[in-house]
Structure formats: C-alpha cells, structure tokens
Design a protein around this ligand. Sequence first.
Ligand code: HEC
Length: 198
Amino acid sequence: MQDPLFTNKLAFAVLSSILLIVGLPQLTNALFGGGHHGHGELHLAYPIEFESDAPAEEAPSEPQVSFAQLLADASPNAGERRAGLCKSCHSFEKGGGNGTGPNLWNVVGRAVAGVDGFGYSSALKSAGGEWTYERLDAYLADSQGYVPGTAMVQRIGKETQRAEIISYLRSLADDPAPLPEVESAAGEPEARHAAVEE
Ligand code: HEC
C-alpha cells in the first residue's frame, strides 16, 4: 500500500530544496550581517532598463571632437601611466638605449626610423618623413595597418588614450613641439548664430 504521507513528504522535500537554494543566501545574510537586513531586500538577477527621454551620456549625435582638441585636452601624466605598456620595449629618457624598440625621447618631429644603430624593419625604414602627431596617432591605433610589415604590433582603440600617450611623447623633449592648432569646432554654427542675431 502506498505511504499515505508520500505526497506530503514529497512536497516537503521539494519545498526544503527550494528553501535551501533560494533562502540560504538570505539566511546567511541575516545571520552573519552581510550588510543587509536579511529579506525585505529584492535582489534582481537582471538589470531593469528604464526608458528615458534624457539623452544618453555618450549620445552618438555628440559633435566630433577634433584630434587637435583631444590632444590639447589630454593629460601627459595620464599618458605616462599608459606608456607603462611600452616600457618593455622602449626607453623614454634622453640618451636612453634601444631595447626591442628604439628609444623614444624626442620622437615627435623625429625622422621615422631615425634612431641610429637601431635595426628597423625595412617597412618602417621605407615609410619616410617624420613623426607628426597624426602619424603617431595612426601608428598607435593600428601599427600594422598603418605600416604593413612594421615590427611593432600596437592597436590602441581609444583615441583619448592615444592622445594621452602622444601628449606624453610630446613632453619628452628639451623643447616640446607646439601642439596642433585647435580650430573652434563650433565655429561655423556659432558664426551663423551671431550673424542671425545682428
Ligand atoms: C613588444 C615590443 C613593443 C612594444 C610593447 C611597443 N613597441 Fe613601439 N616599437 C617596437 C619596435 C620593434 C619598433 C620598430 C618597428 C619597426 O622597425 O618596424 C617600434 C617602433 C615604435 C615607434 C617608431 C619609432 C621610430 O624611431 O621611428 C614609435 C613611435 C613607437 N614604437 C611607439 C610605441 C608606443 C607609444 C608604445 C606603447 C603604447 C609602443 N611603441 C610599444 C616595439 C614595441
């Protein structure tokens, strides 16, 4: 004959396992503090998205900041910290030696592949010209894309981070090169606005 209490036992077993799984964390919280007051606080396993009319913080419609502006705003100190990731290959001091990569003192305005005695790739040697801010930016953003065949592999995706590093590289000189001129980005609309008001 079937155990008359079978259904009850089963229900109890199921309930206790649920209680164990769901309730244990709450219980331990309640017993050991855990910062909360046990139950009463709802922990959501998924974030709730609120529809908002307010513009998102980084709305895509945000006006494009020019490279010159980014560079003007960039902190060389932040750049120095970021340049930590270059140090395994490059030295930054005046007269510093070459490592896996060439010394980077005074690199802004220096001839590309211009350090005597460093064994540059033929790709970089044939690039020619000098390191302008823009070329440094392109090289750091995607070295292999910009100079196919170069021996350095760097892909720094964030333009603000590149600007910081470049502003640090700029500071590595007795007489740092002038920053590129910032054209007032809002120049045109502002001028039009002023004209309307007159
Ligand atoms: C794993 C080693 C390595 C790391 C890390 C590295 N580089 Fe390089 N870098 C090189 C090598 C090698 C070259 C020479 C490339 C060639 O000959 O094609 C080079 C070349 C360069 C040049 C061109 C210098 C010249 O004299 O023409 C610049 C500028 C540069 N690196 C900047 C950086 C910066 C900034 C970082 C950090 C964000 C960095 N590199 C990280 C290895 C590295």
